[in-house]
Ligand binder design. Sequence first.
Ligand SMILES: CSCCC(=O)C(=O)COP(=O)(O)O
Ligand SMILES: [Mg+2]
Length: 230
Amino acid sequence: MIRVVLTDIEGTTSSISFVHDVLFPYASKHLPEFIRTNHHTTPAVAEQLALVAEKSGVDSKDVEGLIDVLQAWISEDRKEGPLKALQGMVWEQGYHSGELKGDIYPDAADYLQRWHDRGLRLFVYSSGSVKAQKLIFGFSNEGDFTPFFSGYFDTGVGGKKEAQSYRNILAELGVEPATVLFLSDVEAELSAAEEAGLKTVWLVRDGELPDTGRPVARDFAEVDALLRKR
Ligand SMILES: CSCCC(=O)C(=O)COP(=O)(O)O
Ligand SMILES: [Mg+2]
């Protein structure tokens, strides 16, 4: 019996276009000034820049060079931890100023609340940092959804296409694998979760439904119908 829902964000609770056409361009525009202003004065920023330097081989004192690396990573959609941490810090300014609102699909908002009220425990697992996850749900077009979530996981537990990451999440939650339902739009993530014993549903929000043996849903109402059958 499913007791925990673990959900991806991009392509699952929120549109891919919101992440790629709103969040990433916002980070690209504001990151340079944010880093120039904060790299000396804010230890959390300096810490992430040191990791960017280590990963890229660019000198840690070459701030403009590090900004170039980060811009390239944004355009390549690299899921690098330090980039994700810095993006979260930049988005925080946008959410607080009102320039950004987290875009959550209405069906996702509806069923997250229903599942919470029905006693399911809800968690997020996204490549976006935990800070970024709390912001998208906390400052959403559908209101503050953070009260419905029991916790958040980012790539600190490992990459989303690795089975070990899901085992790490299970160990933190202290639950049996088959009691957890993982929702994602990326098949490789679903395969990794299944390898760790989790149940999955593939969210296919647009286009043709794939010919697959996996449980597939168009939206969270269809996920709910599958949940009730289990
Ligand atoms: C937390 S919202 C921003 C999501 C993000 O930065 C990203 O790379 C999308 O990753 P996901 O694992 O949610 O597909
Ligand atoms: Mg996704």
